[in-house]
Design a protein around this ligand. Structure first.
Ligand code: ADP
Ligand code: SF4
Length: 687
């Protein structure tokens, strides 16, 4: 325990109905893009969190009956007895480390289009399905018989959950994803029977479900409910005021109240738009309405903030999803007085893109996330180094820094050579853009780790060429020299350079990050579609007279739909007065303006402007790599066993791809794997 016991309160045990959590660290349910397709990967990821000290570890959303599911998104399912073993495996792993295993039971109702099961969805009031994909499907109204069936299905799911040996059952009624919320909200519940109208009536289903689940399994399992703090629908939906009335009305009904926020976008707001503990105002005071413990979230990474939440009487449990992904060992690091070693979440929401793209989540800060079972990567344990000794890493961006950190842990003698006077590469530049300061943690965390390693040295101001690399005699070289933004307009719409008049004022994101900033009437042309176009448009509002964002996409920053930021980015730009031009590509750039073309009709327009910022593709900074490759015959004489290119220098992508590339390079060095070997394990789902 810490010398001054500053964080002791976080390690107090707390009773939740019939079970007791060993501490206040509560990993709230979170998706991971793996679900029923990758149950072994999910189970090991949860076990690792329990090993890292979380007192409560939850599954993601578990669909409790086949009549409601959210295909194409991949969560877990508990539809019949045959599904029990998959769920059991997770509880077993969590129990190995004295953590409580929690399951989040969900009946998606009006959120579930049932594309897989082909059942007709049901909801309190018949309305079109409310899903991310705007499926052309409607829900039929639930009759009283349907409600009775729904109650029975919950009871059955609880019995299966008990068989699977879970300690906590949480009924999902938050984020617009669970039927309890659909009944609570006057938006989705327009019934006139005893399940609609007054708050008492709208909460009847919740009350019945909690009581009946307790009757079924309450001797052994705690029953919790997860609700949104406010639906954020301009007072039309379930408001924070009504939530407080609800808690007062049913104060001691569940064994624990779990509060999320609004939609998932509201709840998992990125660091670009919300600070740590941003939900405190909405949750403060609710704990005083009940004798039962309260959990809330807020991207908590600071132990002092956590302590304050408990001491101020706001929360009993510190709920975390993203902070537990970025550092599964966060509780243990606090307990062992290693607060400086916490790998803080940067709030980029890349983890969420794994669910949104139905792939497998990854984390910018923690490349081992969802690779714990697939590749056997433990976040804190590394194999000792292999037969060789020394590695030169050229470039100190996220790829180079992560490679150095892990190689250092493995015991190699590592040198990082960085051309600039500070480390961090793209992260160091991008952290000064609006809203992206937390991204700097990618460099800060690694810098701190590396500086404490006697076997890793950093040389700044060291722009290396091939002759130098070949003269140093390192066993291995990793070229992590990054990428730069193209100046010729090539990206997705144009795969060949745009016609650009010689005296046209054209800028790239690199220019702007180097403080070469355009003025006057500026057009930002975004054919990249992630964050950079929107971020620069926002930044330029402070400098330029007028900013227009032109994109061939139908949406501003359209990939950010996967980071749950797209709506907020558009709103922010619109409120700043940025003129937004969708579905048009810049087709030619002149000294006095641009031609744009409609991607549907091909009609052209000329617009006057003073400067154009091209947020198009990035090109690998691979000159060094190409030269070294062309001199491969000299490697052996130079004592070099391998040279590899990693990260953006290999192929540009978001930061998470670079940290993954650096991590993988370092894990696999000297491991003697053939390129034809499958690099990871998969669940083979055939019975
Ligand atoms: P990644 O995202 O792949 O890590 P970055 O662009 O963030 O790539 O970082 C690359 C880093 O490499 C930059 O800090 C850059 O200054 C540095 N760099 C590029 N070329 C050289 C070189 N020849 N010698 C040393 N450092 C280099
Ligand atoms: Fe945090 Fe980003 Fe990792 Fe998600 S991907 S846990 S937001 S650092």
């Amino acid at each position: 325990m810490n010398e001054n016991d500053r964080y002791k309160i976080l390690f107090e045990s707390v009773e939740i109905g019939p079970v007791t959590a060993k501490n206040r660290f509560y990993q709230v349910p979170h998706c991971n893009g793996g679900g029923y397709r990758d149950p072994s990967a999910v189970a090991e990821m949860r076990r690792i969190k329990a090993e890292g000290g979380w007192g409560v570890v939850f599954t993601e959303q578990v669909e409790l009956h086949h009549s409601s599911e959210i295909t194409p998104y991949i969560e877990l399912r508990l539809w019949e007895d045959d599904d029990i073993p998959m769920i059991t495996k997770m509880a077993e792993g969590i129990h190995k480390h004295d953590a409580l295993a929690g399951i989040e039971l969900a009946y998606p109702g009006i959120n579930g289009p049932n594309l897989y099961t082909r059942e007709v969805p049901m909801a309190p009031t018949p309305l079109p399905i409310r899903s991310y994909t705007n499926d052309p499907v409607s829900a039929r109204v639930m009759t009283k018989r349907d409600i009775r069936d729904l109650r029975r299905w919950h009871r059955d799911a609880c019995l299966r959950t008990k068989t699977a040996d879970y300690d906590l059952i949480c009924l999902y009624g938050a984020h617009g994803f669970g039927v309890i919320q659909h009944f609570l909200s006057p938006l989705t519940n327009q019934r006139s029977d005893e399940y609609g109208g007054s708050l008492k009536n709208r909460s009847r289903l919740m009350s019945e479900l909690i009581s009946e689940c307790r009757d079924a399994v309450g001797d052994r399992c705690a029953i919790a409910v997860r609700l949104s703090l406010d639906e954020q629908t301009d007072g039309l939906g379930f408001t924070n005021t009504e939530l407080r009335e609800l808690v007062a009305m049913h104060a001691d009904l569940p064994d624990l109240w779990d509060f999320a926020h609004g939609s998932w976008e509201d709840c998992s707001s990125s660091s670009r738009f919300s600070e740590e503990s941003s939900q405190t105002d909405l949750v403060a005071g609710i704990r005083q309405l009940t004798s039962k413990p309260v959990v809330g979230v807020g991207r908590f990474t600071s132990p002092d903030t956590m302590v304050k939440q408990i001491k101020d009487g706001v929360l009993d449990f510190i709920g975390c999803a993203r902070p537990s992904i970025a550092d599964p060992f966060l509780p243990n690091k606090i307990k062992q007085d290693k607060v400086d070693e916490i790998r803080e979440c940067i709030g980029c929401n890349i983890c969420i893109t794994g669910d949104m793209t139905m792939s497998l989540s990854r984390c910018t800060q923690n490349p081992t996330f969802m690779e714990e079972w697939r590749r056997g990567w433990h976040p804190e344990i590394f194999a000792n180094k292999g037969g060789s000794d020394s590695v030169l890493i050229v470039g100190s961006g996220p790829a180079g820094l992560e490679a150095a950190r892990v190689l250092g842990e493995r015991g190699y003698s590592v040198v990082i050579a960085e051309a600039k006077q500070e480390i961090g590469g793209r992260v160091q530049r991008e952290r000064s853009l609006p809203g992206l300061s937390a991204w700097g943690r990618v460099a800060d965390y690694r810098k701190y780790q590396i500086e404490r390693m006697a076997n890793v040295d950093i040389y700044l101001d060291s722009l290396l060429d091939a002759d130098q690399v070949l003269s140093y005699g390192f066993n291995h070289v990793a070229v992590a020299t990054g990428a730069h933004w193209r100046r010729d307009g090539v990206a997705r719409y144009h795969v060949k350079p745009l016609p650009i008049e010689s005296n046209a004022r054209v800028y790239t994101p690199d220019d702007i990050m180097e403080d070469n900033i355009p003025s006057g009437k500026v057009v930002v042309y975004d054919d990249d579609h992630y964050y950079m176009g929107g971020v620069l448009s926002e930044l330029l509002c402070s400098y330029a007279g007028h900013v227009t964002l032109v994109t061939p996409s139908a949406n501003v920053s359209d990939w950010t739909v996967n980071t749950l930021e797209q709506y907020t980015i558009h709103s922010r730009l619109a409120s700043l007065g940025v003129k937004i031009v969708l579905n048009r590509a810049v087709s030619e750039i002149f000294s006095d303006g641009i031609d744009t073309v409609c991607r549907y009709t091909g009609d052209k327009e000329h617009d006057q402007c003073d400067a154009v910022v091209l947020v198009t593709a990035q090109r690998s900074e691979d000159k060094l790599w190409q030269e070294l490759r062309s001199r491969e015959s000299e490697w052996a004489d130079a004592g070099i066993q391998s040279i590899q290119v990693i990260g953006d220098a290999n192929a540009p992508a978001p930061i998470a791809w670079a940290t993954f590339a650096g991590h993988r390079y370092a894990r696999e060095l000297d491991m003697d794997k053939s390129i034809t070997d499958m690099p990871f394990r998969r669940d083979q789902l055939l019975n």
